[in-house]
Design a protein around this ligand. Structure first.
Ligand code: COA
Ligand code: MG
Length: 294
């Protein structure tokens, strides 16, 4: 699966920001029609996103569009406008915020499938990514994450979740820790990428990097960001370092030798290595390869 170490939001009605973001080499750029866009700018955002898809060179950056939530009253027009603009105008993926039921996920997937069929695009190629960021979405997470095979990743939204739970956001994040853990565990259970919460304090890059590393340690594969300055620290936090990669290679090599000799567990550098540690090393190498480090 492609690397989604940093997912940068840009308001869909701001062509200047989209143009800037497209040139920054970020893994994913998410052009927003939802909460980053004022109610009276939704139509402008849809049209601006079409212009951007039509005219800008995004390089290797994934082009995502975040539509409005199911039931908002905007979602059908969002999908119709952005996915049916023309055979040459096709985002790489759609982000559904505030996902709460399997039916909502299936509805978006069916709309994408209809556009693929209509324009003769390869079936199943446009990604679907959903956000778990409401109390109902969290308690329904299993049905939401298993709703449709088009689903590739799940994003944890801390700010909206806190709002729906009546929680107050703190710098430690303990108030959303259960939900953050639940999202990453469910993503792993159903073989999806997990993308961590936003850090809205875009001047605190030290705090951001610590939070990103914590997310990586929990098993998240990437993090949502809102400002260009956040790209570098976040992509670095989700890229295995040289020492980590070298160690993972040594674990894999030693594992092969010990397997051949009939030993499941062995010692390396004074520490026990058995199958879970070998699996973790294999994941490090897969993440390094996805990030272009081989
Ligand atoms: N995407 C692309 N460019 C961005 C950007 C973003 N998300 N955020 C800031 N920039 C650009 C600015 O346009 C500015 O460009 P310039 O130097 O060419 O004028 C530069 O980066 C520096 O920006 P800065 O002055 O530090 O911030 P700001 O006050 O312009 O913007 C925000 C602050 C929070 C409004 C802005 O970062 C933003 O729009 N973030 C995304 C919000 C969003 O989409 N929210 C919904 C999802 S959570
Ligand atoms: Mg949200």
């Amino acid at each position: 699966m492609r690397a989604r170490r940093a997912l940068l939001y840009t308001p869909g009605d701001d062509l200047r920001k989209i143009t800037k973001a497209a040139a920054l080499g970020v893994d994913c750029l998410c052009m927003d029609i939802e909460d980053g866009v004022a109610l009276n700018h939704k139509a402008e955002a849809r049209q601006t996103i079409i212009t951007a898809l039509q005219t800008l060179d995004f390089g290797r950056t994934e082009r995502l569009v975040r539509i409005n939530a199911a039931g908002s009253g905007f979602e059908a027009v969002d999908v119709e406008t952005v996915l049916f603009a023309g055979a040459q105008i096709c985002p790489d993926g759609v982000v559904l915020p505030k996902a709460e039921t399997a039916e909502q996920v299936q509805w978006v997937s069916a709309q994408i499938a209809a556009a693929e069929e209509h324009f003769g695009w390869p079936a199943g190629e446009i990604a679907l990514i959903i956000q778990i960021e409401t109390a109902l979405g969290l308690v329904n997470i299993r049905q939401v994450l298993t709703a449709d095979p088009r689903l590739q990743a799940v994003i944890f939204g801390a700010e909206d979740l806190a709002a729906t739970m009546g929680a107050t956001r703190t710098s430690t994040g303990w108030e959303v820790f259960y939900a953050r853990s639940a999202v990453v565990a469910h993503a792993a259970a159903f073989d999806l990428q997990a993308i961590d919460m936003v850090n809205v304090d875009f001047h605190d890059l030290v705090g951001l990097e610590a939070e990103a590393l914590q997310g990586a340690q929990m098993g998240f594969e990437g993090k949502q960001i809102i400002h260009p300055n956040q790209i570098e620290p976040v992509q670095r936090a989700f890229t295995p370092g040289d020492a980590e990669i070298a160690h993972a290679r040594r674990v894999m090599d030693a594992y092969q030798l010990h397997q051949q000799a009939g030993r499941g567990a062995f010692a390396l550098d004074g520490k026990m290595v058995d199958l879970p540690i070998v699996k973790a090393a294999a994941r490090v190498l897969a993440r390094a390869a996805a990030a272009g480090k081989t």
